[in-house]
Design a protein around this ligand. Structure first.
Ligand code: APR
Length: 321
């Protein structure tokens, strides 16, 4: 009897639970939802499982507060973490350094639990600050770099493509392009590599409109927070599931992901958002594309932002071990 794929999602909050939903709908495999909150992963897993007769997915979906049921997972998505919060007494927001320290402990602990039970899994990091948490997962798991991947570029690219499809009034399916680098200010959009069914974007949209869309994409996360008061989760979860799907189905899709570079693009030992071929083995190839001077400069800004965060981690001189 062939075994179904097994997908573990740690953190059954907004992104984690929504990712479980999309993954079930796409029949990607059995799902284990893990969270520290008592009853939450169990309740969300049961609720989702109860939808299966209506939606037609024959999958095992369980929720748990422990890790034993995660054993031998093929893919593990880690969304566990805390967001920046306002201190009710001082009114100050969690600083970036404090957030790194808090989430490092959470993500590090989760990674050790996972790695000991699923030594062959591909790990996908969603927790923020993303690039720093990728380094934590790589160091704490001891996994080869191919099996630790960060989700950011697929989400930024999805926002970029959606805004372009809206501006051009064409199907999202016909927009091709990618966003590299990190989130927000460190994003590297590639309008000169964007096309609409093969037609260069620059022939279809004036530069000022392209620039406005790039700006909106950079602020895409903040735009949702401004509306909801908390982070978005449909698009982040969908982006995560696109990566899971390419891995478990060995589709070898070319997706922009945070990967540990080993000299590509002139960088070493840093997680940076670059085009990756995702298959059963995780990052099966990093595609090196020609970048213009402006784009190279933006990638350097991204790399410096990651270096600053990595320097806060206790894994040696800003280098992943
Ligand atoms: N082990 C397991 N789960 C944990 C742990 C832990 N040590 N610590 C926190 N969690 C869980 C929380 O209980 C919560 O259910 O992680 C979940 C996070 O969910 P949300 O707060 O809803 O956050 P979400 O919007 O899903 O974002 C997930 O994505 O953008 C990043 O930084 C963000 O880390 C966050 C992640």
């Amino acid at each position: 009897m062939s075994r179904r794929n097994k997908i573990t999602i740690v953190g059954a909050g907004n992104v984690g639970a929504t990712a479980a939903h999309w993954a079930a709908q796409k029949h990607l495999g059995d799902i284990v939802l893990v969270d520290i909150a008592q009853g939450v992963p169990q309740g969300k897993a049961l609720d989702l499982a109860e939808a299966s007769p209506v939606m037609g997915f024959d999958l095992k979906i369980v929720g748990t507060n422990g890790y034993d049921e995660t054993a031998d997972s093929d893919v593990v998505v880690i969304t566990a973490g805390v967001p920046r919060k306002k201190d009710p007494v001082t009114g100050k927001f969690t600083s970036r350094d404090e957030l790194v320290e808090i989430n490092r402990k959470i993500v590090g602990g989760v990674t050790r639990e996972i790695a000991s039970r699923s030594p062959n899994a591909v790990l996908i990091c969603v927790s923020n600050p993303l690039d720093a948490m990728c380094h934590v997962m790589h160091a704490e798991s001891g996994f080869p770099k191919e099996r630790v991947i960060g989700m950011a570029g697929v989400l930024d690219t999805a926002r970029y493509k959606y805004f372009l499809s809206e501006a051009l009034n064409v199907s999202v399916d016909d927009i091709h392009g990618m966003v590299l680098g990190g989130h927000g200010d460190t994003m590297v959009p590639l309008p000169s590599h964007t096309s609409v069914a093969g037609i260069p974007l620059t022939e279809l949209l004036p530069q000022d409109k392209i620039d406005a869309i790039i700006q909106r994409t950079r602020g895409g996360g903040g735009e949702i927070v401004g509306l909801l008061g908390y982070s978005g989760y449909y698009a982040p979860a969908a982006a995560t599931v696109a990566m899971v799907e390419s891995i478990v189905r060995d589709r070898k899709r070319v997706l922009p992901c945070a990967a540990l570079l080993g000299g590509e693009y002139g960088y070493k030992d840093l997680f940076i958002g670059v085009p990756c071929v995702l298959g059963k083995g995780g990052v099966e190839k990093i595609i090196e594309m020609k970048l213009g001077d402006k784009e190279k400069g933006m990638l350097e800004v991204s790399a410096n932002a990651v270096r600053e965060l990595v320097a806060l981690l206790p894994y040696g001189k800003g280098q992943a071990t």
